[in-house]
Design a protein. Structure first.
Length: 702
C-alpha cells in the first residue's frame, strides 16, 4: 500500500514554496548555512576570513546590475568552494530557483556531486532539511528539492546547455572547456542564453585559472588592468569591469597588486628548496620586504579596484571605474589563501629545471597557469626580439636631425589603405660599413584637395593620382638639418615606395614614377614589391608589361622598372643589424624622441623555423618593412661594395649637404595616430636630367 503524505509534511513543503527569498548577501548566507566537509563525517563552517577576497565576487551574484560574474585566479584560492558550492547553497536555502552547474567533463561532474555536494548537503542542516525525501529526486546529476527548485550537474555538451531555462548557471574551470561546444559556440554564450528568460535576475558565473595561449605575443597593455589577448576566461574578464586585487604596503601604506612580478629573494640559491623558503614580496613603491606571515592580514585589508580607479595610501579611491554588465575579477598566486609562497616558488623553480633538461614547457605552463594565475607565454616568444631592449638603446639626438656620421639619407614609403589611408614615411641615414641612424618618421594623411569650406580631404592613394604628388613636396624635396650645424641641411639620396596595396595603388604608383622620370629624377625614385618566388638574387629588376592582353591589374607597358625584393632574406639581414648591441659596422641608432609604438613595429614580426617572417596577429610592422626597403635601396646603389673610406660621390656627406634656407616648413607630426596636414613645399628644379644619374654605379644594379 502506497505511503500517504502527512499534513505536516505537506505544510512544510508548501511553506518552502511560498516563502519569500531571504534578503541576505550571498557571503553572509554561505557563512551562516554552509559547512565545508573536512574528511569523513567532519565539517567546519565556511569562514569568510580565510579567503576574504571572494566576498565581493560572491555578493555580485545577486546584483541586478550585472548579467555575469567572472573570476580569474590560481588554484588554492577557495574560489570553487565559495563561488560554486556556496552559490548552490544560497540558491537552495535563500532563493530557491533552478540552477545549472557545468563541470569540465562527465567524470568531474560525477566527482563534484559525490565527493563534495553529497557531503556538503548532508553536513549542512539548513540544506539537508530542504532535500526532497523522494529517492528519484536525488541522483548523481539531477537534484530536486522540497521547494521544487532543480539543480542540474552537467558537462560541456549542446544537449545539456540548450533548450532549458535556468535562473543561475555556473561554469567551473572554464579554460579547460572546448572552445566551441558541438559547433554551437562557446560555453559562455550558450550559458548566457539559458538565463535570459529571467532578465535582470538571471546570472551566469564563470570561474577558472587561465589556460589558453596568448594570441598576440607582441601585445602591450593599453590600460592598467587589461589582460593579454586570449580566448577563454581572460577574454571574458576583458569584457567586464576589470577588477584587480590590491594590498596596502605595511611599510609605506601605498597600495599595490600582489603579483608574481613583485616576488623576489629566490634567485641567489641553486637549491630549489632553500631558494623557495627565502621568497618574499617587495613593495614596488618603497621596496620594503613583505614576509609570508603578513599575507593573511594583508588579505583582510584587500581592495578590489576597477580599471580606471586609483587608491592612495589613505585608502581614498578616485577615478571613474570601467562600466560593464559583467563584474570581472582577476587575482594572482601570491594572494591565494591555501598555498604558501615557498610551495609556489618551489614548483616554479623545479619546472624551470625540467625545462632546461628536456626543453618541454608543459610543467612550466601548468605552474604559471594554475599556481601563478597567469596566461603562459612560450619561452620561444620570450626569446623573440623584444621592443623594450631596443628602446633602451635610444640616444639623445636632436629631433628630426641628421647626426654626425651619416653619409647619405634614404626615404622609404609604405602605402596604407582601408579606413586609415596614409603614406607612412621613414628616413634612414647611412654611414660607413652598414652603420645607420633613424632620422625621421611621419605620416602623410591630408591631401591638397579641398572641400567647399577649404578643408583638406584625406588622401586616397588608390583613387587620386594627384595625391602621390605629396611624396615629392613632403618627402623627396625635403631636407633635414644637421645635428651639429643647424645652418646646414641634408637632402635625400633616393626614395623608395611600396607599389602594392588595394586596387588602384599600383596603377597610380606607375603614373607617379612616370612623372618623376619626366621631371628628371626617375633614377632616384624606386618602386618596390615583395617577391613571392624564391630567387638567388636579393633584388630583381623587372619591367611589368600586360599590354596586348585583358587584365584587371594595373596598366603596365614595360616602361616602369619594378624591383622585386626577397623580403625574408632582407629581413634576416636587418634583424641581425638590429641586434648588434654596440656601435660600429651594422649598428642601428635610434633617437629618444620616438615612442614605444615604433619599437613595437620593429619587433612585431616573428621568424618561423622555415625562414619565413610573418605577423602573429594584426599589429603594425611598418618600421621593420621600411627599414628593409632602406637596406634594399642601399644595396641597389652598390653600398656593400664600397671600400671605406674611399666612397663614391653618391655616398659622400658633402654631396647632399647644403645651406639651410632661412624659412623651413615644420615637419609633419611623428605620432602615427594623429592627422598630419600636408605641407606644400616649393618645388626645386631637378638636379640632373632624365638620362643621367651621377650617383649610381653600374655594379649596384641587380
Amino acid at each position: 500500500m502506497a505511503k500517504r503524505a502527512s499534513a505536516r509534511g505537506i505544510r512544510r513543503d508548501i511553506s518552502s514554496i511560498l516563502r519569500a527569498p531571504r534578503r541576505m548577501q550571498v557571503a553572509d548566507a554561505v557563512s551562516a548555512y554552509m559547512r565545508v566537509p573536512m574528511g569523513a563525517g567532519n565539517s567546519i563552517p565556511w569562514d569568510p576570513d580565510l579567503a576574504p577576497y571572494v566576498i565581493e565576487p560572491m555578493n555580485c551574484l545577486t546584483s541586478r546590475e550585472y548579467d555575469a560574474v567572472v573570476f580569474v585566479g590560481p588554484a588554492r584560492t577557495g574560489k570553487t568552494i565559495a563561488l560554486i558550492d556556496g552559490w548552490i547553497v544560497y540558491n537552495i536555502v535563500c532563493d530557491p530557483a533552478d540552477m545549472l552547474v557545468i563541470q569540465v567533463s562527465e567524470e568531474k561532474a560525477r566527482e563534484h556531486s559525490k565527493k563534495r555536494l553529497d557531503r556538503t548537503f548532508r553536513l549542512s542542516p539548513e540544506v539537508k532539511s530542504r532535500l526532497s525525501p523522494r529517492r528519484n529526486d536525488n541522483n548523481v546529476y539531477d537534484r530536486t528539492f522540497r521547494a521544487s527548485n532543480y539543480l542540474k550537474l552537467g558537462w560541456p555538451s549542446v544537449n545539456i546547455m540548450s533548450s532549458s531555462d535556468y535562473k543561475s548557471v555556473a561554469l567551473t574551470d572554464y579554460d579547460r572547456f572546448p572552445e566551441d561546444i558541438d559547433g554551437e559556440g562557446d560555453a559562455f554564450l550558450l550559458a548566457s542564453k539559458r538565463t535570459q528568460t529571467f532578465m535582470s535576475s538571471g546570472m551566469t558565473l564563470v570561474e577558472s585559472s587561465p589556460g589558453r595561449d596568448i594570441r598576440d605575443t607582441k601585445w602591450r597593455r593599453s590600460s592598467p588592468h587589461e589582460a593579454p589577448p586570449t580566448t577563454g576566461i581572460l577574454s571574458l574578464y576583458n569584457r567586464g569591469d576589470r577588477r584587480r586585487l590590491y594590498w596596502p604596503c605595511p611599510h609605506c601604506g601605498e597600495y599595490f597588486q600582489p603579483e608574481i612580478d613583485n616576488m623576489t629573494g629566490y634567485r641567489d640559491n641553486p637549491d630549489p628548496v632553500t631558494a623557495s623558503e627565502s621568497a618574499f614580496l617587495q613593495c614596488p613603491a618603497c621596496h620594503g620586504k613583505i614576509s609570508p606571515e603578513m599575507k593573511r592580514e594583508l588579505n583582510m585589508k584587500h581592495v578590489w579596484l576597477r580599471d580606471g580607479q586609483k587608491i592612495d595610501r589613505h585608502g581614498m579611491i578616485t577615478g571613474e571605474g570601467r562600466r560593464s554588465r559583467i563584474a570581472s575579477f582577476w587575482m594572482e598566486g601570491p594572494a591565494a589563501a591555501y598555498q604558501t609562497w615557498s610551495q609556489m616558488i618551489y614548483k616554479f623553480l623545479t619546472a624551470e629545471q625540467e625545462y632546461e633538461a628536456t626543453q618541454s614547457e608543459e610543467t612550466l605552463k601548468t605552474v604559471v597557469n594554475t599556481d601563478f594565475g597567469r596566461p603562459y607565454l612560450p619561452r620561444a616568444s620570450l626569446e623573440q626580439r623584444k621592443s623594450e631592449l631596443l628602446e633602451q638603446r635610444a640616444e639623445e639626438i636632436p629631433k628630426r636631425s641628421v647626426p654626425d656620421g651619416v653619409a647619405f639619407l634614404t626615404a622609404t614609403v609604405d602605402v596604407q589603405g582601408g579606413r586609415n589611408r596614409r603614406f607612412v614615411v621613414q628616413v634612414t641615414g647611412y654611414g660607413q660599413q652598414g652603420e645607420r641612424w633613424l632620422v625621421d618618421r611621419y605620416n602623410i594623411r591630408q591631401s591638397m584637395r579641398i572641400n567647399a569650406d577649404g578643408e583638406s580631404y584625406p588622401i586616397d592613394p588608390a583613387s587620386y593620382p594627384e595625391d602621390w604628388d605629396l611624396l615629392l613636396s613632403d618627402v623627396f624635396e625635403k631636407s633635414w638639418p644637421l645635428a651639429s650645424d643647424e645652418t646646414k641641411c641634408m637632402r635625400l639620396m633616393a626614395m623608395a615606395v611600396d607599389s602594392g596595396g588595394e586596387d588602384g595603388v599600383t596603377d597610380n604608383a606607375y603614373k607617379f614614377w612616370r612623372k618623376c622620370r619626366r621631371e628628371g629624377f626617375g633614377k632616384r625614385v624606386f618602386l618596390f614589391k615583395g617577391d613571392g618566388q624564391r630567387r638567388a638574387k636579393l633584388i630583381t629588376r623587372t619591367y611589368p608589361d600586360n599590354t596586348g592582353r585583358s587584365t584587371r591589374r594595373a596598366k603596365a607597358a614595360g616602361d616602369v622598372p619594378l624591383y622585386l625584393l626577397q623580403t625574408d632574406a632582407l629581413k634576416d639581414r636587418v634583424n641581425n643589424a638590429l641586434w648588434r648591441d654596440s656601435p660600429g659596422p651594422g649598428y642601428v641608432h635610434f633617437p629618444k624622441w620616438l615612442g614605444p609604438w615604433f619599437y613595437d613595429e620593429l619587433t612585431y614580426e616573428e621568424r618561423a623555423p622555415d625562414g619565413k617572417w610573418s605577423k602573429p596577429g594584426h599589429g603594425a610592422n611598418e618600421a621593420f618593412d621600411l627599414m628593409v626597403y632602406a637596406d634594399a635601396l642601399a644595396i641597389l646603389h652598390g653600398y656593400e661594395k664600397i671600400k671605406w673610406p674611399d666612397a663614391p660621390e653618391w655616398a659622400c656627406r658633402e654631396t647632399w649637404t647644403e645651406s639651410r634656407p632661412d624659412k623651413t616648413s615644420e615637419p609633419p607630426s611623428v605620432a602615427p595616430a594623429k592627422p598630419v596636414p600636408a605641407v606644400k613645399a616649393k618645388r626645386r628644379k631637378p638636379a640632373a636630367d632624365s638620362d643621367a644619374n651621377p650617383w649610381a654605379t653600374s655594379g649596384g644594379w641587380v
